[in-house]
Design a protein around this ligand. Structure first.
Ligand code: F6P
Length: 374
């Protein structure tokens, strides 16, 4: 019999509850107990200070308080967010904080901890695990899909669908008003979400930090020319996706980069149109609008892929614990679930997190970029 702790850490995403549910279900089958640590590693601190009771997580065999025929429906995997909360995003700088977290783990007498997190959380939790001698297994989650060594993290697929749908929806208002719609997509320093959703949602231009680290005069002129050509050839509206990681003309991070680009494009196209003529004008002068999709990208009913990924990752994590094979990152590679030793991969993950880059290219074969350009 094992006592397993589970926590979610860092930015939430769809599929966290599906992982928690699968862990509790599979652990129960094995006769193990699962303890949900609320509010990330902060839960350990509150627990040692007696401010919080940490209870065993159980799935009710005969359902929740749902009415009528819905009695017994297992809703958890359909819900976005994290029932445990996902607060701790900072590094426990103070020694006392670290000590309290470690004491919390010990006081709960856990045999192992499943941490669900992205590369930032991994960086922090791995250090805590080393200091506290924890038996750790990590399940990767993030809409950014930027955890190195795994092709997919839980949450990415749902976010990709959400952004794709938003682009589709925006197409019609853009078309009706003959506008250029500039859409800012999350991803932190990575462009996976923008590239995938941009292609699936039919964007005309996709700017990602891996290919366009910052806006330049050349980028603007090229886009104006492209838009003008579009307008002459067949249509008067366009959709532009810009990943939030692309920096402004001054190479600074810009939280409103879509707005900046929309303004710059309008200004540049008007200027080129008056000085250079028809090549930059299209049929008439362009009008632009910016849209920041924001945290809606982290919401929504988890997609079937994310629910399945959550489930197979949870099973793998518990199997690793069953084999007493600890300090592993569960990963998705070539269509199957594997795991990697944290000790081996942490230097690279820490480097990615600190340098704000990921060695895994967004598009290793250049296939998607070619598709987008064709
Ligand atoms: O890492 C997930 C993510 O949604 C990024 O895409 C985004 O830059 C960031 O988190 C936003 O963080 P917060 O919720 O703290 O604003």
């Amino acid at each position: 019999k094992k006592r397993i702790g589970i926590l979610t850490s860092g930015g939430d995403c769809p599929g966290l509850n599906a992982i928690i549910r699968a862990v509790v279900k599979y652990a129960t089958l094995r006769g193990w107990e699962v303890y949900g640590i609320p509010r990330g590693t902060d839960g350990f601190i509150d627990f040692v200070h007696g401010k919080l009771n940490i209870e065993e997580l159980k799935l009710h065999p005969h359902g929740y308080d749902l009415p009528g025929v819905l009695q017994g429906l297992d809703v958890l995997q359909f819900m976005s967010g994290s029932v445990l909360g996902s607060l701790s995003r900072g590094n426990p700088q103070e020694d006392q904080v670290t000590q309290d977290i470690i004491k919390g783990y010990e006081a709960l007498e856990l045999d192992a901890l499943i941490a669900i997190g992205g590369d930032g959380s991994l960086d922090i939790i791995y250090d805590l695990a080393k200091k506290g001698n924890w038996n750790l297994v990590v399940i990767p989650k993030t809409i950014d899909n930027d955890v190195a060594f795994t092709e997919r993290s839980v949450g990415f697929d749902t976010a990709r669908n959400t952004v794709t749908q938003a682009l589709y929806d925006l197409t019609f208002t853009a078309a009706s008003h003959e506008r250029i719609m500039v859409v800012q997509v999350m991803g932190r320093d990575a462009g996976h979400l923008s590239l995938h959703a941009g292609i699936a949602g039919g964007a005309d231009c996709i700017l990602i930090p891996e290919l366009t680290p910052q806006l330049t005069e050349d980028t603007l002129v090229g886009m104006c020319e492209y838009i003008a050509q579009l307008r002459k050839d067949r249509r008067k509206f366009a959709l532009i996706v810009i990943a939030e990681g692309v920096k402004g003309l001054n190479a600074e991070k810009d939280p409103y980069i879509a707005e900046t680009l929309a303004d710059l494009l309008k200004e540049k196209s008007h200027q080129l149109c008056s000085t250079e003529g028809d090549r930059y004008c299209g049929l008439n002068q362009i009008d632009t609008r910016a849209m920041v999709l924001g945290h809606l990208q982290r919401c929504g009913v988890p997609s079937s892929f994310d629910r399945i990924l959550a489930t197979v990752f949870a099973i793998k994590a518990l199997d690793l614990i069953g084999e007493e094979c600890y300090n592993r990152l569960v990963i998705w590679q070539n269509g199957s679930v594997e795991s990697k030793s944290l000790e081996q991969i942490m230097p690279m993950i820490k480097w990615c997190h600190q340098e704000k880059t990921c060695p895994a290219p967004v598009d290793p074969e250049g296939f998607m970029v070619r598709t987008a350009l064709s």
